[in-house]
Design a protein around this ligand. Structure first.
Ligand code: BGC
Length: 820
C-alpha cells in the first residue's frame, strides 16, 4: 500500500474527517483550520447561484464565496513575450455580494468561534433535503451561553433564490441579542489565490480586489437591495434580501444601505428557553444588458416569489426536486459505507453544478470557489456530461446549448488561427479563449471532438430530435470542419493531424495523438450522418456531398500510430521511442511534476500526467481489440503519474474492462474520495467536479461495464471483491432503468417508460415494466499484470462497513502541495 512516497507523511496521521452517513455529509466539532476545505464540500449551488459553506457570522472563514454562473471580470493577460493569436484578456469569476452573513451579538459580545468556547458544533449537508444545517453551542468569554441553529438552501426550483432560517436561544439566562443580517459587496478575500501564489501555481484563480462598482443601494422595512457592475466586463448584478422575524418579545429593528453594505439590525431581549428566529430570503440576478431598474425589478420579483412560497414551501419544493433526481440517478453500494456516502456526495455536487445552469457552462470547480478562475474546460463534456446525460438529461442539454451559444466565438477563433469551422476555447467563461499557455491551451484541439462526442452521446441517449436538428447538426458540422482544415492527407494515403496536444499535458505539440485522431474520426463520421439525417440543416450550413465525402475520407484514412515492435499504441507518434522518466529518482515532494520540473523535460520523456491513450480505449473502445487494451494498459500504467485528478477514473474504468477489478476498485476509491479526504490538499480552492463525476463513471462504466455506442447501450457488470452488491439507475431514451449486481448475477429492471433493448455481456436482452430480468455473470478475464510508477500505486482498500467506517480516515494525500 503506497502512494507517492511524500504522501507517507500523512499515513496513519488522520486528517479530521466526516461522519459516515448514507444520505448526508456530516461534520462534528469545530476545527477552524479545517473550515476552508469544508466550505467547498459544504457549498450549496443550483448551477446558477453558488454559496460556499461559510459560517453565517462571516468569520472565521477560509475564503468567503458567492458566485453567479457566467458573472466574471475581465483582466489583461500580461505577456513579456507575446505571439500571434495569444488571448489578450483573461476572465475571473467574481465573489459577488455576500448575502449569507448574519452576525450576532450576545450581550454586547460578537459571536466569533475563535473566542469564548464552542461546546458543540455540527454541520450536515443533506442530500435529500438539499439544505445545509448547522447547530452550535457557544459560550462567550464572559460566560453567556447560546445555541445557534441554521438551515439554508440554494433553491433548485427558484433559481435566483437562496434562503436561510436562523435561530438563537439563550441557554441559561435571559440575554440581549442583536442580529445583523447583511448584504456585503467587495468582501476582502485573503484567499490563497493571490497573484504571487498564482505565479507559482497557475491553476489557482486571480484574486480580484474590489471588483464591484456600486450602481444603487436601497433599504426599507426588513429588506434591502444592492446593484453593482464590473468595471471592465461591464456586467451588472443585483442582490436583494427580505426577512421574516419571530420572537416572543418586542423587537427593535433598523435597516440601512450604503454602496457596498446593506444591513437589517434586530435587537431583542430573549428569555431563557425563548428564541429569536429569522428567515432571510435572498434573490440574485445578473445581466450584460439590463439596466439598474430592470435588474432591481428582477430580484424584487424573485424575492416576492420566494416569500410567497415561504420557508416551508421552499423546503418542500427542494425535497421534491431531489426526490425526483434520486429516483432516476441513485447509486447504491453495499460493503463500504464511506464509499456509499462518497458516491452520493459526488452525484449531489454534480447536480448542484449542472441543474439550473441553463445555457451557462459547468466550471471545473462548480460554483464552489474561484479556482481555475471559474473556467470551464473539457471536464464538462468528457466527465460531467456523461453522468448528467443518463441521470438528468435536461441539464446535459442545457450545457450543450451553452456550447452552441458560443459557436460564433468559436468560429472566430478558428478563423483567427487560419482554420475552417469552429474551435472551442480550452478554458473560458463566456466563450473567449482564456488560456495563456498555448501548448496546453490552443493546441488542445481535442476539445472540439469532446464537444462533438457529448453531442452525439446526448442525442443517442435521449432521442432528442429537436436538439439534434436545432443545435446538434451545426455543432457536429462546425467541429468536423476544423479537422479537415487542421489535418492533411499525406503521400502514404493517411490523414494526419499534426502539432496538437492530447489530454496528457506532459506531452505537447505532437503528431497524430491517438486520442485526438480517434475522437476526430468519430466527430467526422457523426457530422456526416447528422447532415444526411437533416438535409435542410445541411443546406443552411452550406454542406454539400463533396464536403461530406471529404469528412468520410478523412475519417477512413485517419492515421492511428501503432508500435509494431512493442505491440502497443504510442499515445502519439514516436512517444514510445522517448527516454523514460526516472521515477525511482523522483522524490514524493516533487509531485505534481509540473510544479517541480521544466516542461521541456517532461515533454521529451515517457511520463504521462493523465490518461490519454487509456481514455481513447474507453471512449473509442471499438477501435481496439481486448488484447490491445490489455497490452496498452500494461504499458501506460507504469508511466502514468495521475498528476491530474481527471486521470484516475479512466484508469479505473479500463482496469475493470481488462480484468483487474482490485485495481479498478482502488482507483474508484481514489476518485470518489478526492474531495472528502482532500487527497490533493487543495479542496479549499474548490471541489474537483470531474473527479466527482469519475466516481459515477467508475461505478457505471467501470464495474457496470456500460458503453453507449450510438444509442446501443451495453453492460458487462462485475462485482469487485470489496462489495457485496451495487445498484444504479439511469435514464435511457426517456425510460428509467435499474441495474443491480451481485457476485453471481445482474438484474435489469425497467422502472418506467418504453421497453428497451440492452446488452448483457454480449447477449441482447429486452426489458419491460414489471418483468425484471436476472442473468448470470461470466467469469472475469485473467487478471493482467499492471504496475504503477514507483510510489504511485493507489492505496489498497479493504471492505469497510458499520462502526469500522465511521469517523476519520487514514487515506494518505496523493501529494503534499496540491494538484488538480
Ligand atoms: C488537467 C486538464 C483539466 C484541468 C481542469 C488540468 O490539470 O490537466 O485536463 O481540464 O486541469 O480540471
Amino acid at each position: 500500500m503506497t502512494a507517492h512516497p511524500g504522501a507517507t507523511q500523512h499515513q496513519g496521521s488522520s486528517k479530521p474527517g466526516y461522519v459516515v452517513a448514507p444520505w448526508s455529509l456530516h461534520w462534528r466539532g469545530l476545527d477552524v483550520d479545517e473550515l476552508a476545505r469544508t466550505e467547498s464540500t459544504f457549498a450549496l449551488s443550483n448551477g446558477h447561484l453558488g454559496m460556499r459553506g461559510n459560517l453565517e457570522e462571516g468569520e472565521p472563514r477560509g475564503m468567503p464565496g458567492t458566485y453567479l454562473n457566467g458573472f466574471f471580470e475581465s483582466r489583461p493577460i500580461p505577456y513579456d513575450e507575446g505571439g500571434y493569436g495569444y488571448p489578450e484578456a483573461g476572465q475571473t469569476t467574481v465573489n459577488v455580494t455576500d448575502g449569507k452573513i448574519i452576525r450576532l451579538l450576545v450581550d454586547d459580545e460578537p459571536v466569533d468561534l475563535r473566542y469564548g468556547s464552542t461546546t458543540a458544533h455540527e454541520r450536515v449537508l443533506d442530500f435529500r433535503s438539499g439544505t445545509l444545517r448547522r447547530s452550535t453551542d457557544w459560550t462567550s468569554p464572559t460566560g453567556r451561553r447560546v445555541r445557534i441553529t441554521s438551515e439554508r438552501l440554494v433553491s433548485f426550483t427558484q433559481r435566483a433564490v437562496a434562503a436561510i432560517r436562523y435561530e438563537v436561544q439563550p441557554l441559561d439566562e435571559p440575554l440581549q441579542l442583536v442580529v445583523q443580517s447583511d448584504l456585503l459587496a467587495n468582501e476582502p478575500l485573503n484567499a490563497d489565490n493571490d497573484i504571487d501564489l498564482r505565479k507559482l501555481d497557475p491553476r489557482l484563480g486571480v484574486d480580484l480586489q474590489r471588483p464591484l462598482v456600486s450602481d444603487f443601494a436601497d433599504a426599507e422595512g426588513y429588506g434591502a437591495v444592492l446593484v453593482h457592475h464590473t468595471a471592465r466586463s461591464g456586467l451588472r448584478m443585483a442582490a436583494a434580501m427580505e426577512h421574516e422575524l419571530h420572537a416572543e418579545h418586542a423587537l427593535r429593528t433598523s435597516v440601512h444601505a450604503e454602496e457596498d453594505l446593506a444591513r437589517l439590525t434586530i435587537a431583542a431581549d430573549v428569555p431563557k428557553g425563548g428564541k429569536l428566529q429569522l428567515t432571510k430570503y435572498l434573490a440574485y440576478g445578473w445581466s450584460s444588458q439590463r439596466s439598474v431598474p430592470a435588474l432591481r425589478a428582477q430580484v424584487d420579483a424573485a424575492l416576492a416569489g420566494a416569500m410567497h412560497s415561504g420557508w416551508e414551501g421552499l423546503l418542500a419544493e427542494q425535497r421534491a426536486y431531489l426526490h425526483n433526481f434520486w429516483d432516476s440517478a441513485d447509486v447504491e453500494l453495499d460493503g463500504d459505507d464511506e464509499l456509499q456516502q462518497a458516491v452520493r456526495f459526488a452525484l449531489f455536487h454534480i447536480l448542484q453544478a449542472g441543474a439550473r445552469g441553463e445555457t451557462r457552462p459547468i466550471p471545473a470547480k462548480g460554483l464552489t470557489s474561484p479556482g481555475y478562475d471559474g473556467h470551464s474546460f473539457w471536464d464538462q463534456e468528457t466527465f460531467v456530461l456523461p453522468v448528467l446525460t443518463y441521470t438528468m438529461p435536461e441539464a446535459a442539454r442545457d450545457a450543450l446549448q451553452w456550447r452552441y451559444s458560443i459557436l460564433d466565438k468559436a468560429r472566430g477563433r478558428a478563423q483567427l488561427l487560419g482554420q475552417s469551422g469552429a474551435l472551442f476555447p480550452w478554458r473560458t467563461i463566456d466563450g473567449d479563449e482564456c488560456s495563456a499557455y498555448w501548448p496546453a491551451g490552443t493546441a488542445a484541439f481535442h476539445i472540439n471532438a469532446d464537444v462533438a462526442n457529448a453531442v452525439s452521446r446526448y442525442v443517442a441517449a435521449t432521442g432528442d430530435t429537436q436538439f439534434d436538428h436545432d443545435y446538434g447538426v451545426e455543432l457536429l458540422t462546425e467541429t468536423a470542419r476544423l479537422w479537415v482544415s487542421l489535418g492533411h492527407h499525406d503521400p502514404h494515403g493517411g490523414f494526419r493531424i499534426d502539432g496538437v496536444t492530447g489530454p496528457d499535458e506532459y506531452t505537447a505539440i505532437v503528431d497524430n495523438n491517438v486520442y485526438t485522431n480517434l475522437m476526430a474520426q468519430q466527430n467526422l463520421r457523426d457530422a456526416a450522418t447528422a447532415c444526411e439525417r437533416y438535409s435542410d440543416v445541411a443546406v443552411q450550413l452550406e454542406v454539400n456531398d463533396v464536403e461530406i465525402a471529404r469528412w468520410r475520407k478523412a475519417a477512413e484514412k485517419m492515421v492511428v500510430p501503432y508500435d509494431e515492435v512493442l505491440g502497443v499504441h504510442p499515445q502519439s507518434e514516436r512517444f514510445t521511442e522517448h527516454d523514460e522518466w526516472d521515477f525511482e529518482g523522483t522524490p514524493a515532494q516533487r509531485y505534481p511534476l509540473l510544479l517541480h520540473y521544466p516542461y521541456f523535460d517532461l515533454y521529451r520523456k515517457q511520463v504521462v500526467k493523465q490518461a490519454d491513450l487509456v481514455l481513447a480505449m474507453h471512449l473509442r473502445g471499438d477501435a481496439f481489440t481486448l488484447e490491445q487494451k490489455v497490452r496498452n494498459m500494461a504499458y501506460y500504467e507504469p508511466r502514468t503519474v495521475r498528476d491530474s485528478s481527471l486521470s484516475v477514473c479512466t484508469q479505473s474504468v479500463m482496469a475493470a474492462e481488462v480484468g483487474d477489478l482490485t485495481l479498478a476498485y482502488d482507483y474508484f476509491v481514489e476518485t470518489a474520495l478526492t474531495d472528502l479526504h482532500d487527497l490533493h490538499d487543495n479542496v479549499r480552492n474548490g471541489i474537483h467536479i470531474a473527479a466527482l463525476a469519475g466516481a459515477w463513471l467508475a461505478m457505471v462504466a467501470g464495474f457496470g461495464g456500460m458503453r453507449d455506442t450510438g444509442g446501443n447501450v451495453t453492460f458487462a457488470p462485475r462485482l469487485p471483491d470489496q462489495l457485496s452488491r451495487y445498484a444504479f439507475r439511469m435514464c435511457i431514451r426517456g425510460s428509467r432503468v435499474a441495474v443491480e449486481v451481485t457476485a453471481q448475477e445482474a438484474t435489469y429492471r425497467l422502472l418506467s417508460g418504453e421497453p428497451l433493448l440492452l446488452t448483457h455481456h454480449g447477449k441482447q436482452i429486452s426489458i419491460e415494466t414489471g418483468t425484471p430480468l436476472t442473468l448470470s455473470i461470466p467469469p472475469a478475464p485473467p487478471r493482467p499484470e499492471l504496475r504503477q510508477p514507483a510510489g504511485c500505486a493507489p492505496v489498497a482498500r479493504n471492505r469497510r462497513t458499520g462502526d469500522d467506517a465511521t469517523g476519520s480516515t487514514t487515506m494518505p494525500a496523493r501529494h503534499t502541495d496540491g494538484l488538480d
